[in-house]
Design a protein around this ligand. Structure first.
Ligand SMILES: CCCCCCCCCCCC(=O)SCCNC(=O)CCNC(=O)[C@H](O)C(C)(C)COP(=O)(O)OP(=O)(O)OC[C@H]1O[C@@H](n2cnc3c(N)ncnc32)[C@H](O)[C@@H]1OP(=O)(O)O
Length: 202
């Protein structure tokens, strides 16, 4: 992980962006989403929570920046770079040979029967495959195709292992694969095609 942070810092990534409390702020929002996923409030509690959240959203509005200035591009020290839309993961190893990560699906990723929603599994794969493709190509890539095979149930609130790697590259096309394990058990695997963006490509 430190290699990745160093590499990103060398390219101008600023892991102080968002300040020292940004990680805890995002963790509290994840905790809020966990509760929102399962709460069945009384009218009184719902109205109370709505008031508090409206006030909080108004406060946060004052600090909203454009997407390129958000900490989530640079905070490689935080779970999932502090990106609230991703299942939180920590990178153990990342280089051109692949990415190893520990990832945990939370209550707010619930599909049913205490298992992760399949779409959330795909979100995790997309980001980590994108990282593997970028590390392999040495350049930012974009998902062209992503296929997920769900092999067994993916549990919530359990640290899972993800391995993502590039199999080969043909020009701008980076062919990638990934696995998701709970211990020795394969939960899901993915393969995809990521395309290296041309200079200035939107
Ligand atoms: C350290 C960093 C951490 C940072 C880590 C951050 C990781 C973030 C990862 C998240 C990534 C995303 O979710 S990205 C968001 C989701 N994806 C998208 O929105 C992509 C939408 N689509 C597009 O923008 C475009 O279609 C592109 C860029 C994918 C390709 O367009 P293009 O650049 O014009 O290239 P194009 O000529 O069409 O295609 C190039 C070659 O790929 C082939 N090709 C293109 N699409 C496909 C396809 N679906 N299936 C098969 N083959 C395909 C073409 O046939 C061609 O082959 P040949 O003729 O050359 O043989």
């Amino acid at each position: 992980m430190s290699e990745l942070i160093n590499a990103r810092e060398e390219r101008g990534a600023d892991i102080s962006r968002g300040g020292p409390y940004y990680g805890e702020l995002i963790e509290q929002v994840r905790g809020l989403m966990d509760r929102a996923r399962l709460v069945s409030p009384t009218d009184e509690l719902a109205l109370d929570a709505i008031g508090i959240l409206k006030q909080l959203n108004d406060k946060l509005d004052a600090a909203v920046v454009n997407e390129w200035s958000t900490p989530t591009w640079t905070r490689f020290d935080l779970p999932a770079r502090g990106n609230i839309t991703l299942p939180p993961f920590m990178i153990d190893h990342a280089d051109s040979s692949g990415v190893d990560a520990r990832l945990t699906f939370r209550n707010y990723h619930l599909g049913g029967n205490n298992a992760a929603h399949g779409g959330q599994v795909a979100v995790g794969f997309d980001d980590l495959l994108g990282m593997a493709a970028a590390m392999h190509a040495g350049s930012i890539t974009r998902t062209a195709s992503l296929t997920v095979d769900y092999r067994s149930v993916t549990p919530l609130n359990t640290e899972l292992k993800v391995r993502a790697w590039a199999e080969r590259q043909e020009g701008r096309k980076v062919f990638v694969r990934a696995t998701l394990h709970d211990g020795d058990r394969l939960c899901a695997e993915a393969h995809g095609l990521f395309i290296v963006l041309k200079p200035g490509q939107a």
